[in-house]
Design a binder for this molecule. Structure first.
Ligand code: 5GP
Ligand code: ZN
Length: 110
C-alpha cells in the first residue's frame, strides 16, 4: 500500500514515536492525542478496516488483541484504558488502515 500513511510509518518512511512492536503489529503515539495517553495499534499487514480482516485470520485477530494488552502494560496503564476502532467513514474512520486507539489518562463517556 504505497500511499497509506500507516504503511509508511511501518516501513519507517514517515517518523512516529513507536512504543511497542512485534513481528505482526506496531504501536505508536497518535499525532493529535485526544487523551494523555493516545496510542494507535496497527497490524503490519494492510487491511482497510476491521470489516476487511479476513474471517479466517483468527491468529492475527488474537495477536492484535493481546498486543493491545501488552502495549498497555508497557505503557504502565494496565487496568485503566479504553480501546476503540472506527470502522468506516460513518464511524469517523479517516485513515484506511485498520487501527485500534488505545486511550488512557482521562474520564471517558461512555
Ligand atoms: P481514525 O479517525 O481513522 O480512527 O483515526 C486516525 C488517527 O490517526 C487520528 O487519531 C489521527 O490523529 C492519527 N494520525 C493521522 N495521521 C497520522 C500520522 O501521520 N502519524 C500519527 N502518529 N498519527 C496520525
Ligand atoms: Zn496501510
Amino acid at each position: 500500500m504505497d500511499d497509506c500513511i500507516f504503511c509508511k510509518i511501518i516501513r519507517r518512511e514517515v517518523p512516529a514515536e513507536i512504543v511497542y512492536e512485534t513481528d505482526e503489529l506496531l504501536a505508536f503515539k497518535d499525532i493529535s492525542p485526544l487523551a494523555p495517553t493516545h496510542v494507535l495499534v496497527v497490524p503490519k499487514s494492510h487491511f482497510a478496516s476491521l470489516d476487511d480482516l479476513p474471517a479466517d485470520n483468527v491468529d492475527l485477530a488474537g495477536k492484535l488483541l493481546l498486543g493491545i494488552r501488552d502495549t498497555a502494560a508497557k505503557l504502565g496503564i494496565s487496568g485503566g484504558y479504553k480501546v476503540v476502532t472506527n470502522c468506516g467513514e460513518a464511524a469517523g474512520q479517516v485513515v484506511g488502515h485498520l487501527h485500534f486507539h488505545l486511550l488512557a489518562g482521562k474520564k471517558f463517556t461512555p
